[in-house]
Design a protein around this ligand. Structure first.
Ligand code: ASP
Ligand code: MG
Length: 425
């Protein structure tokens, strides 16, 4: 069995859904588990619905639910010639029950409520797509990921119970391949004790990894709007090159440093069972794409560049003139974890400790307040972090033209540079 994953962009409108069906038709006769995300920007829209629900803002809640209903009905009107097809009633019922949900008792846990509402995006998209594939005579069925992927109760960031999930896939999922070729299921969602849970934003890739792991799949293919994994984001870089073949380890390193093509959690379970991961274009499905597997032979062929813009560098100096030693470090990390700072890079000297964080993800005054009693804090905004895997001097020169280098860290494989645009006078 093979696992395929189609993200929101690949099912954003009716022609996109038709294209997914065309791709699946290329694999006729094969056993496929197909993981699908919510359509287009639906998850963002569902987040706003969850917020309006939580804020007890009924008019806004209703308006947003109706907007999402209309979005899906519009796609369905293009996909199905018969507007009496049962799928119309099914989807309308889901939106009606969401509307009625407003009057249910609200729990005290926003994350719980969020998961119950936001997960509907995936339920709706997979129902529509299953109905459409059926109308095109593909042999398929809809599978509810909530009966398959068991998690803990950490809503919005649930952890998978691998043993229980494997058990469910063996009993409730694999036997269906005796009668159908394709099973369609939702990315991003699971359950705990009848409550829906989600695995974190962008979690559908991870779902593909979970299914492959639990079912010992032959391979995973993530279908994207890019030809494969590129050596840099085309947004920041001209002349990108596709990586034909890289190792699991390299893929984990790249996604750890911020390459956004695959969700970082996806690769580990696949590496564990040595299941190859393909990244392919849904625009040109016959092209090769990138394959991520055990062998490291392809890793060094092309340097990869990862850019993180809009960074802030903080440095903390203990006011009591103590050196940066273990005690201050644990105190610094304590304070950082209290303000929920996610660190992209860190460095220490005898007298100060520096961290780099995304400006979007921190509140500068909050950090200042958390430290000012015992530390002198300085910060520098408007920085970029460039990570180069398999660097050489030429690649470093290439990314630092017109830039000042504030800090650099190098290991044998990886150079990381904090740079700032030179101010030209
Ligand atoms: N629909 C979810 C999101 O947009 C999960 C995913 O697409 O991976 O975050
Ligand atoms: Mg997505």
């Amino acid at each position: 069995m093979k696992v395929f994953k189609f993200g929101g962009a690949s099912v954003k409108d009716a022609p996109a859904v038709q294209n997914v069906a065309d791709i699946l038709q290329l694999f006729e006769g094969e056993k496929l588990a197909v993981v699908i995300s919510a359509m287009g920007k639906t998850t963002n829209a569902m987040e706003q619905i969850a917020q309006a629900y939580w804020d007890r803002n009924q008019p806004l809640f209703q308006e947003r639910v109706e907007e999402r209903r209309a979005f899906h009905l519009d796609i369905m009107n293009s996909l199905f010639s018969d507007d009496n097809a049962p799928i119309f009633k099914e989807i309308n019922d889901i939106f009606d029950s969401l509307l009625r949900h407003f009057d249910d008792l609200v729990s005290e846990n926003f994350d719980f409520e969020y998961d119950q509402i936001v997960s509907m995006g995936e339920i709706v998209s997979t129902k529509i797509i299953t109905a459409y594939l059926t109308s095109r005579s593909l042999s398929c069925r809809w599978a509810d990921a909530r009966n398959l992927i068991s998690t803990d109760r950490k809503f919005r960031e649930a952890e998978v119970d691998w043993e229980l999930s494997t058990n469910h896939f063996e009993k409730r999922f694999l036997p269906h391949y005796d009668t159908v070729d394709i099973q369609i299921t939702q990315g991003f969602i699971g359950s705990n004790d009848n409550s829906t849970t989600t695995l974190g934003r962008e979690g559908s890739d991870f779902t593909a990894g979970i299914i492959a792991y639990c079912c010992n799949a032959e391979s995973v293919t993530i279908w994207k709007d890019v030809p494969g994994m590129l050596n840099a984001d085309p947004k920041w870089f001209d002349n990108t090159v596709k990586l034909d073949q890289i190792s699991f380890r390299e893929a984990i390193e790249l996604s750890y440093y911020g390459a956004s093509v695959i969700h970082p959690k996806t690769v580990k379970p696949l590496q564990n069972k040595n299941i190859p991961l393909h990244v392919k274009s849904f625009v040109n499905p016959n092209e090769e794409g990138t394959v991520i597997q055990e062998s490291m032979t392809g890793d060094h062929l092309v340097p990869s560049f990862i850019f993180k813009m809009d960074q802030v560098l903080f440095s903390f100096t203990p006011k009591d003139f103590s050196f940066i030693v273990e005690e201050n470090l644990s105190d610094i990390f304590d304070r950082l974890s209290k303000v929920n700072a996610k660190i992209n890079l860190m460095q220490n000297s005898a007298l100060s400790f520096s961290i780099l964080v995304d400006a979007q993800k921190v509140k500068i005054p909050q950090i200042l307040a958390a430290f000012e009693d015992s530390y002198q804090v300085k910060f520098n905004e408007g920085l970029e972090l460039v990570t180069i895997r398999h660097y050489d001097q030429e690649t470093i020169d290439r990314v630092t033209v017109d830039k000042d280098i504030l800090l650099q860290q190098k290991t044998r494989e990886t150079a990381r540079l904090i740079v700032k645009q030179k101010i030209l006078i």
